[in-house]
Each structure stands twice: as structure tokens, then as C-alpha cells.
Design a protein around this ligand. Structure first.
Ligand code: COA
Length: 191
């Protein structure tokens, strides 16, 4: 009985390694010529990278584009940077005309929208307003269906509640939620 269990365990871990390797190769193929992706980046499903800017993915970045692809859009000299070991879930869209910088060890939920430009001036709709860089610092957790607007900085270890619209900076180590997102509690060293 015991040897049979061990064989099953070995088979499961071999299959796991093969699947993991497929996700690494998927990332290499999908990002070939469109993004800088080290050999430790994993992509499940699809990601669309478009535009003439720069997309830089850190070591161990993990992307889930299975149900709905992830979209990374850069314009001209725009730059999207995703820090090491950050995870992005499906349906998320990140657009940079200047800079969207996401830190390391972040967890970004489904259908996240991040943009550094409103794309339309409030008065003259066909004109482009100025861009304002977005920064998401390390170890941030963002719930599903969050929108992060131009110029926002989210501090390290912050949590953003599901469905929030983030219009202003969020300080480190707090939970913010709602539309517009407000701090609902501060996290202590013990949390
Ligand atoms: C924010 C969250 C993490 C809860 O944090 P919490 O500190 O435990 O907050 P609480 O549940 O104690 O709620 C505190 C207050 O914030 C409100 N609140 C919580 N989440 C909210 C949200 N997403 N939007 C608006 N208000 C929210 C609560 O209603 C409560 O209000 P009250 O004080 O008037 O009763 C959770 O509500 C959430 O949004 N999780 C995201 C889940 C998700 O998207 N997962 C996807 C997989 S990555």
C-alpha cells in the first residue's frame, strides 16, 4: 500500500512541475518582444501587451489570465513595472502613459483597473489631460473590481476593499474601501 502511495505522490509532484514549467514557457512566449520577463515569471491563460512603451516584470511575478486576459497597455514612453513575486488576477487592466509602478509581493484581485491618465480632459473631451504616475508600494493587497485613478500612491501593506474607487493616496498599513476610498482602519504591528 505504502509504495503505491509514494508512487502516486511522485507522479503528482512530477505533473505539478510540468504544469509549472508550462506556465513559465507560456509567459516567455506571450511576452516575447513585448515585455521584459525573467524566466521565473508565470502566466496562466492569456495576457495582452500593447503599445510602444516598456513593460518590466520582476522575478517570480505570477499572472492569471485564464477566465479573462490581463491587459497591459503602454503609450509612447509609458512604463509599467511590476515588482517581484507580485500576483495579478484575471480581467485586470493596467495602462501607463508615463508610469505605473507596482511593488513586490502585492496581491491584485480580479478586474483591477489602474491608469495614470484620465484619457479625456473634463472640458475638452477630445484633448488628453496630463498624466500623473501611479505607485503601489510593496505588500499591498487589492480586492476585486477596484479602480485606481491617476496620481494615486498606495502605501506599503495597505489593503483596498473590493469595488473601491481610489482617487487619493492611501497611507501605509491601513484598510481603505468605498467610493471614493476612505481609510476604514489602521493596521498595527500586531495585525
Ligand atoms: C476590506 C475588507 C478586506 C474587510 O476589511 P476589515 O478591516 O475586516 O473591514 P470590516 O469588514 O470590519 O468593515 C469595516 C467597515 O468598512 C465597510 N467595508 C468593508 N469592506 C468594504 C468595501 N469593499 N467597500 C465599502 N465598504 C466596505 C464595512 O461595511 C464596515 O462599515 P461599518 O463600520 O459602517 O459597518 C473586505 O471587506 C474586502 O473588501 N475584501 C476584498 C475581498 C476580495 O475582493 N477578494 C478577492 C480575491 S483577491
Amino acid at each position: 500500500m505504502q509504495p503505491k502511495l509514494e508512487a502516486t505522490g511522485r507522479m503528482a509532484s512530477l505533473v505539478g512541475m510540468i504544469v509549472d514549467f508550462c506556465h513559465i514557457m507560456n509567459a516567455q512566449l506571450r511576452f516575447l518582444g513585448t515585455a521584459r520577463a525573467p524566466f521565473s515569471v508565470r502566466l496562466r491563460g492569456r495576457a495582452h501587451v500593447s503599445g510602444s512603451g516598456e513593460v518590466v516584470l520582476g522575478e517570480g511575478v505570477s499572472l492569471n489570465g485564464t477566465i479573462v486576459p490581463i491587459e497591459l497597455v503602454t503609450y509612447e514612453s509609458g512604463r509599467i513595472e511590476i515588482g517581484e513575486h507580485t500576483f495579478i488576477n484575471y480581467g485586470s487592466s493596467i495602462a501607463a502613459r508615463v508610469s505605473v509602478k507596482i511593488g513586490s509581493y502585492c496581491h491584485l484581485g480580479h478586474y483591477l483597473f489602474v491608469m495614470d491618465n484620465n484619457q479625456h480632459d473634463v472640458v475638452r473631451h477630445s484633448e488628453l489631460p496630463p498624466s500623473e504616475p501611479v505607485v503601489i508600494e510593496d505588500n499591498v493587497w487589492i480586492g476585486s473590481k477596484v479602480v485606481i485613478l491617476p496620481g494615486v500612491r498606495i502605501g506599503t501593506r495597505a489593503v483596498i476593499g473590493a469595488g473601491s474607487i481610489v482617487t487619493k493616496d492611501v497611507p501605509p498599513r491601513c484598510v481603505a474601501a468605498g467610493n471614493p476610498a476612505r481609510v476604514i482602519r489602521h493596521l498595527t504591528e500586531l495585525d
